[in-house]
Design a protein around this ligand. Structure first.
Ligand code: ADP
Length: 645
């Protein structure tokens, strides 16, 4: 494409023609210009800053596909619908597509009519997908939420690091990394892994002059009254109240509603339909209050949110800034108020401790993996039970083994197919020629009849019929497409190849356990940074901006510190240790479960109310000691238990 084609004039004309805008927002033009010149770039804009245009517009001007990788693909539906409504062909690939829709997307991908394809990062674990994009010309590889690639970020996802390799492997011509929150270390990481030069990393700054940040120290007892009083003292306007736990969302919404306010609650535990209802209600309301866990707000395009309250402490300053970033996108004055309660720290810390696997569990995992054959498949669910590691944590550990090049992941598959005939078997078989009818009849004969569903053990049946599994799956899929059967899949298994045996499994387990420990410390530290920020004796806005590498040159003049010129003091938590009786009971419990509770960490988990696959299996989550120390810091309990030996 000639250079002339990408002149400033054509850029503005394309902006007007395709999106109807006359001006770029801050940072957009610089990012897009770099991309069109063939460079990789990073866009660090606040939420609502217009990051998506940075790949949407180039997708129309570059020769090839724009692949958008986003962990929030479910929330991209609206964006994709909006693009299609503007006549820009965009699609997503995810598990909600049926076979026909999938085929259609693949067709458009191959014939080059698709401009943008949205996928979740996990999609790259799928060999079928990797093969289908291998021969596609990828002009732009856009990575949304790019801070997830950095260990210094608040939401490190090891599977994100694999994206770096995939971008290379699929020959992407340039990469665009997008994020709303990047500290200096995170942006450095992003730039180094994707080869982005400093002049191509555009950070538009963090300061939002229309946001007034404030905080009040509260204790558990006064918190509800303080919140009510704050809300009632201010003019009505769209409001989000963020809380940590689902049950708190309900409690606070009921409290507000009882006091005559229009409040509803929202969390990931609600049914999809309820969530949509609350969301739609809030979007069209000028006075609604949503009390929500952090699941709420991502992907919500509402510009006139006037208030964001934090009923609980946020997990990190990155989370906090993302959440307050939803206020006042229309530029009108908006307030963000945080209720700072020291006793919130314990449950938040416990979430973090709960995700750190025990050293013995990690050793068991490593031993299990490296005693497999070179090519093997496992059910992550079973492995999680067997090694006593939470499923999400297990995924992280396996990904780390992939990143350390000990393992290579293959496409997950379903071990079991189940089907329910929609016609009699005679009717079904009569539709096929003799050879096919025999094959299908053989599958039927090898399946086990349950009350309604027939089970097909794919491996055994394939061996018995001397046919590849794929042929069996194709046959069942075909019958389902013809509405002759209904098919269900179950028992997902992940495939791996051992690519390098560790020299010492003990050393490898130690390395993984040390990494997990370091992660735990970072997260605990991140939480402490929130407390330090709340209690800071200086301009809070200014400190937050400095944290995100865009310092202000003077105090903001409109945060609670600037108003009052004095720091907030959080009231210390009261419970600092467990009683002698609880300690003695805990030691007795250990003698009843010597193998499971031999590690002080696992016993501590029980006392602090943090489950694990084996704790649940042993029924210990029902013990009277489970959660008895949930208001005591995990570290203190662990120290007390360890001292007892
Ligand atoms: P982000 O991804 O950074 O949170 P979005 O890309 O969702 O933000 O953009 C937020 C809103 O800004 C969207 O409604 C979008 O249509 C609008 N927008 C983006 N760029 C422009 C522009 N140049 N002029 C006017 N509106 C824009």
């Amino acid at each position: 494409m000639s250079k002339d084609h990408h002149s400033k004039e054509t850029l503005y004309a394309a902006l007007k023609q395709h999106f109807g805008y006359s001006e770029f927002r801050d940072g957009q033009e610089s990012v897009i210009t770099q991309l069109l010149a063939g460079n990789s770039a990073a866009a660090v804009f606040p939420t609502g800053g217009g990051k998506s245009l940075c790949y949407q517009l180039p997708s129309l001007m570059l020769d090839g596909l724009t692949l958008v990788v986003s962990p929030l693909i479910a929330l991209m539906k609206d964006q994709i619908d909006a693009l299609n409504a503007r006549g820009i062909k965009a699609a997503r690939l995810d598990s909600t597509l049926d076979a026909n829709e999938y085929r259609q997307v693949m067709q458009e991908l191959r014939d080059g009519t698709l401009r943008l394809l949205y996928v979740a990062p996990e999609r790259f674990n799928n060999e079928r997908f990797r093969t289908s994009i291998a021969n596609i010309n990828i002009a732009l590889f856009a990575v949304d939420e790019a801070h997830c690639i950095s260990e210094w970020g608040h939401n490190f996802r090891p599977d994100y690091l694999k994206l770096v390799e995939f971008a290379k492997a699929c020959g992407a011509q340039r990469v665009l990394a997008l994020t709303a929150t990047a500290t200096k270390e995170v942006l450095n990481d992003i730039c180094s892994v994707f080869n982005i030069t400093p002049d191509c990393a555009i950070n538009t700054g963090f300061y939002r002059p229309n946001l007034r940040l404030s905080a009040t120290a509260v204790d558990q007892k006064s918190r509800d009254a303080v919140l009510l009083q704050k809300i009632k003292a201010l003019p009505v306007g769209p409001t989000i109240v963020y809380v940590t736990l689902q049950k708190t969302a309900q409690h606070v919404a009921e409290l507000l509603a009882h006091n005559g306010l229009q409040a509803k609650y929202y969390h990931a535990g609600l049914k999809e339909q309820q969530r949509t209802e609350v969301q739609d209600w809030f979007i069209s309301s000028d006075s609604g209050i949503v009390v929500a866990t952090i699941a709420f707000g991502m992907g919500i395009d509402k510009s006139n949110i006037r208030y964001v309250y934090h009923y609980n402490l946020p997990k990190s300053l990155e989370n906090y800034s993302q959440e307050i970033g939803r206020a006042g996108r229309d530029g009108e004055p908006s307030q963000c108020h945080l209720l700072a309660c020291a006793s919130d720290l314990i449950p938040l810390q416990n979430f973090i401790y709960g995700d750190t696997p025990d050293r013995t569990a990690v050793a068991k995992l490593v031993d299990t993996i490296f005693s497999q054959q070179t090519e093997f498949d496992v059910s992550l669910y079973e492995l999680s039970q067997q090694c006593d590691i939470r499923p999400l944590v297990l995924r992280t550990l396996l990904t780390q083994l992939e990143l350390k090049k000990h393992l290579a992941g293959g496409t997950p598959f379903y071990a079991n197919y189940q089907f329910k005939p929609l016609k009699s078997s005679q009717e079904i078989l009569s539709q096929f020629d003799e050879q096919r009818a025999k094959f299908i009849g053989d599958i039927f004969r090898h399946s086990q009849k349950g009350r309604i569903w027939f089970q097909v053990d794919l491996d055994n049946t394939a061996a018995a019929l001397n046919a590849p599994r794929e042929k069996l799956i194709a046959a069942l899929d075909y019958l389902a497409e013809q509405s002759l059967l209904e098919v269900k899949v179950a028992g997902v298994r992940n495939r791996y190849t051992i690519t390098r045996m560790p020299e010492s499994t003990t050393a490898l387990a130690d390395e993984l356990a040390t990494d997990a420990q370091a992660r735990e410390e970072r997260e605990i530290d991140r939480l402490q940074q929130c407390v330090d920020w709340v209690c800071l004796d200086a301009c809070q806005t200014s400190a937050l901006c400095a944290r995100f590498d865009s310092p202000l040159d003077k105090d903001c003049g409109h945060c609670s510190w600037c108003d009052e010129n004095k720091a907030i003091e959080m009231v210390d938590q009261e419970n600092t240790e467990i009683s002698e009786t609880v300690l003695t009971d805990a030691i007795t419990l250990r003698t009843e479960h010597p193998e499971l509770l031999s590690s002080p960490r696992i016993l501590t988990r029980v006392l602090c109310g943090l489950s694990s696959p084996r704790i649940s299996k042993a029924g210990l989550h029902k013990s009277k000691l489970f959660g008895i120390a949930e208001t005591v810091p995990f570290k203190h309990v662990l120290d007390q238990i360890s001292e007892r030996g």
